[in-house]
Design a protein around this ligand. Structure first.
Ligand SMILES: Nc1nc2c(ncn2[C@@H]2O[C@H](COP(=O)(O)OP(=O)(O)OP(=O)(O)O)[C@@H](O)[C@H]2O)c(=O)[nH]1
Ligand SMILES: [Mg+2]
Ligand SMILES: [Zn+2]
Length: 294
């Protein structure tokens, strides 16, 4: 068995992978076939492949990033991520709710959330949560695309690891990919040719090689990002600042909503936990109740 390959794209019963150790600038895609007894890998997975291109084994994953379907089911998107790059911009106006969801999802999966404020040539939003990202331990890059572009060190930050670009339509994800990847069209053309599909028909996530040793996961299409139905303890992982005090709530299964003896609500009253984070919690909590009743 040769060394494992990195999965670039996963379609129904086949996909593309590459030997990332020998990748120079543009990955050479190798066709792989999925086997029912092994399961379907995700983009970002490392797989062992037999002499006929069959996936013999999916190596243990660090994490799986995904989203909720409209029915509240978990739908995996990519594996082994290091960061979730949440792109926002002054235009279209950023949604606080969407930002809280992305940040929660990243923490739940054990992936580092990073916010990229693109279109830095325009005035940035001056309201929470956007003004409070450093206090939330979320690193921020301010970027501008077009012309020479300004990446604020984001390109250096992405030189290793696997990073997923997320954010609402029109914030500049494609523009950022173009700025970060000088050979973007060459890479996408090679992937389209290898899958036998036209460039514009691919709607699945794919890995693109960043200069250096990093990968960028590009998820085409609009993302109305929803969470999936999960236990309250899992949702709580999405709010790391709650975890510090939640252990002292009177009830072990406290939802920090109406229960007496709730330390989280006390911390909000004392200003230890930001009110806007608590409101975000209540909103995601009631969404969970809605998903549970579907
Ligand atoms: N002023 C300004 N405009 C930008 C910047 N970056 C991107 N844009 C513009 O914003 C618009 C949307 O950019 P896209 O890159 O297509 O956005 P996207 O996030 O890929 O959108 P979807 O593919 O629909 O999800 C385009 O008209 C870009 O030219 C920037 O830094 N400053
Ligand atoms: Mg786009
Ligand atoms: Zn509580």
């Amino acid at each position: 068995m040769t060394r494992p390959l990195r999965v670039l794209i996963a379609l129904g019963n086949h996909g593309l992978a590459t030997d990332e150790v020998s990748v120079l600038q543009v990955p050479e895609p190798v066709e792989i076939r999925f086997r029912r007894n092994v399961g379907r890998p995700l983009p970002g997975d490392l797989v062992e492949v037999d002499a006929h291109g069959g996936v013999a084994k999916i190596l243990e994953r660090d994490n799986v990033f995904g989203r909720g379907t409209s029915r509240g089911r978990f739908q995996p998107v990519a594996a082994n991520l290091d960061t979730l790059l949440i792109v926002i911009a002054p235009e279209p106006a950023p949604s606080p709710d969407l930002l809280h969801r992305y940040i929660a999802a990243a923490h739940i999966h054990g992936i580092r959330p990073v916010v990229v404020i693109n279109k830095s040539d325009m005035p940035i939003p001056r309201a929470p949560p956007f003004t409070h990202l450093p206090e939330m331990n979320v690193r921020v890059f301010r970027t501008r695309c077009g012309g020479a572009g300004e990446l604020d060190g984001l390109d250096r930050f992405l030189r290793r690891g696997i990073h997923l670009l997320a954010g609402q339509s029109g914030v500049g994800k494609s523009s950022l990919a173009n700025t970060l990847l000088p050979n973007l069209s060459l890479q996408t053309d090679r992937l389209s040719r290898a899958t036998g599909k036209g460039r514009h028909t691919t709607t699945s996530a794919r890995l693109l090689r960043l200069p250096g040793n990093g990968w960028l996961v590009d998820t085409p299409g609009v993302w109305e990002y929803g969470l999936w139905q999960m236990p309250v303890t899992e949702l709580e992982r999405g709010f790391p600042e709650f975890a510090k005090v939640a252990g002292s709530c009177r009830f072990r299964n406290c939802t920090h909503d109406h229960e007496p003896g709730c330390r989280v609500r006390a911390a909000v009253a004392e200003g230890e936990i930001a009110e806007f984070r608590y409101q975000a919690w209540l909103s995601l909590l009631s969404e969970q109740q809605r998903l549970a009743n579907l």
